[in-house]
Design a protein around this ligand. Structure first.
Ligand code: A3P
Length: 306
């Protein structure tokens, strides 16, 4: 109960204009000095873009489709979030370790659009990832579904601020005053970086439409080679239905005082286009207008429904 009450009035802190959880900011220098190894793979996402999904896919690939091995720990421990300052787990195979930054990375202070100045992204990620030319796996999800998912997540997650009404949250999300900053800056920043580093840029909607195709891409990016039958098994095991039932991925081990799944499930719907059940016609028009402005000059294209 205490944590729930604290959650409602949680005070976020800022780093270079990006709101972050207080514990993250308090550990900032430690996070920044994280020493990545050249063979590290970093999973990067904006919150609610399918982080858990890609984490499970990466682990299934790394474990050659061995379901038992993927049951060895909850997913948050198998691929720790760097911003939680958790020590990375050594792994037996492949990568030295797989770390994860769901925190992100972009200052909401817009870098001047017409200059070649590095995006702010480079300032918030521990510099050793860039210095070591690590591999990055980025998953992007369309802004409207991200907003909906994030709204329900903030309702049930008592370590995040109360989202207020949907109308209120709509404004909060657009202004980027959410933990880990603006969706627009995040996605644009990584999209612009993708050809300059080893970045595999994936879309949630593509994984949903053709999981095997996208999982194969991840496998190749990781330098692995798995049989078709193994790939088929990974597709099955990482389906929404399976992951919703899997205690190692569905957060059922997290205490109710932190995540109250009676309010909203962590594995909520897992679909493309749920925004249509939330956005009013007026909100949709307003959002499209703002989106056009904020994403002007970007070549990125999102699928909004399947
Ligand atoms: P919804 O709230 O729209 O259902 P993250 O892991 O980054 O917090 O993202 C959570 C979102 O990904 C949730 O979206 C969740 O349901 C969805 N998700 C998780 N596992 C999934 C899977 N295997 N297939 C499709 N969507 C999945």
């Amino acid at each position: 109960a205490l944590i729930s009450e604290l959650g409602k009035q949680i005070k976020l802190k800022e780093v270079e204009g990006t709101l972050l959880q207080p514990a993250t900011v308090d550990n900032w220098s430690q996070i920044q000095s994280f020493e990545a190894k050249p063979d590290d793979l970093l999973i990067c996402t904006y919150p609610k873009a399918g982080t858990t999904w890609i984490q499970e896919i990466v682990d299934m690939i790394e474990q050659n489709g061995d379901v038992e091995k993927c049951q060895r720990a909850i997913i948050q421990h198998r691929h720790p979030f760097i911003e939680w300052a958790r020590p990375p787990q050594p792994s037996e195979t492949g990568f030295h370790h797989v770390a994860q930054v769901g925190l992100e990375l972009l200052s909401s202070s817009n870098p001047p659009a017409s200059t070649s100045q590095s995006p702010k992204i480079t300032d918030l990620l521990p510099p050793s990832f860039w210095e070591n030319n690590c591999k990055f796996l980025y998953v992007a999800r369309n802004a409207k579904d991200c907003m909906v998912s994030y709204y329900h997540f903030q309702r049930m997650n008592h370590t995040l601020p109360d989202p207020g009404t949907w109308e209120e949250y709509f404004e909060t999300f657009i202004s980027g005053k959410v933990v880990w900053g603006s969706w627009f800056d995040h996605v644009k920043g990584w999209w612009e970086m993708k050809d300059r580093y080893q970045i595999l840029f994936l879309f949630y909607e593509d994984i949903k439409r053709d999981p095997k195709h996208e999982i194969r891409k991840v496998m190749q990016f990781m330098g692995k080679n798995l049989d078709e039958t193994v790939l088929d098994k990974i597709v099955q095991e990482t389906s929404f239905e399976k992951m919703k039932e899997n205690p190692m991925t569905n957060r059922s081990t997290v205490s109710k005082s932190i995540m109250d799944q009676s309010i909203s499930s962590f594995m909520r719907k897992g679909t493309v286009g749920d925004w249509k059940n939330h956005f009013t016609v007026a909100q949709n028009e307003r959002f499209d207008e703002i989106y056009r402005k904020k994403m002007e000059g970007t070549s990125i294209n999102f699928c909004m429904e399947l």
